[in-house]
Design a protein around this ligand. Structure first.
Ligand code: SAM
Length: 229
């Protein structure tokens, strides 16, 4: 069977050891400041989710050996799977509870989606590139992430049928916060979004009981731009 690979026990254990090292590296980077505001280390449940989810299953075969390096990797169609440090930081900022309903804009490989799936109650994720959306859906189903609903379309519009969301994560950069996303965020909800042009600022938006919002700039980042239909 050309191309087929038997994953032996020792290979699976190696993946676990690699993930353990990856989360330790993330914590070291967060602890050393790294330009991130307010997050000094991953909370135990976020750490556990990142130790559990097999990142190598979400990267193309030619990049699998680099799956646990702390870097973004190409996933085709000019898009990338985000750097594990960024995935950890964004997830941490969402402060998810197991009962939360979360919207993700920019499914990409589905890796961040899988992390959200472990930590939240329901995950809704939208991807604009159909090939990526289909591949991520197939991967998430194959790996057993059952509380995830996927959609192909323009995430700028959010997913009104399932709103309001306790948390929204945007993994591609617009130059402003999409108004439909603010409308679909619950009062006391949190949104994490990169904002800007070539360079961006990772921004935490908090919505209060009276509907007003406050934003906090967390760190300088570089994401792919949010594509508009
Ligand atoms: N979270 C992803 C992961 O773990 O692989 C990484 C996402 S990648 C940095 C950003 C994704 O956003 C790309 O797959 C891109 O096609 C998608 N995207 C860009 N504009 C979009 C839009 N308007 N709606 C939905 N997805 C969009």
């Amino acid at each position: 069977m050309a191309g087929a690979v038997l994953v032996t026990g020792s290979t699976a254990q190696q993946g676990a050891a690699d993930r353990q090292r990856m989360v330790e590296e993330i914590d070291e980077m967060l602890a050393s400041g790294g330009g991130t505001r307010g997050v000094a280390r991953l909370a135990p449940h976020v750490r556990a989710a990142m130790t559990e989810v097999p990142r190598h299953e979400f990267v193309p075969p030619e990049y699998r050996s680099a799956a646990y390096s702390n870097s973004p990797l190409p996933i085709g169609h000019g898009q990338t799977i985000s750097q594990p440090l960024i995935v950890g930081l964004m997830t941490e900022l969402l402060q998810l509870a197991k009962t939360d309903k979360v919207l993700e804009v920019g499914t990409g490989s589905g890796y961040q989606t899988a992390i959200l799936s472990v930590l939240a109650g329901e995950v809704y994720t939208i991807e604009i590139v159909p090939e990526l959306g289909k591949m991520a859906r197939a991967n998430l189903e194959r790996l057993g992430y059952r509380n995830v609903s996927t959609k192909i379309g323009d995430g700028y519009q959010g997913w009104a049928e399932h709103a309001p969301f306790n948390a929204i994560i945007v993994t591609a950069a617009p130059d402003h916060v999409p108004l439909p996303l603010i409308a679909q965020l619950r009062s006391d909800g949190r949104m994490v979004i990169p904002l800007g042009g070539f360079y961006q600022e990772l921004t935490l938006l908090e919505k209060h009981a009276d509907g007003t919002t406050t934003t906090t700039i967390i760190a300088p980042v570089r994401f792919v731009p949010l594509i508009r239909e």
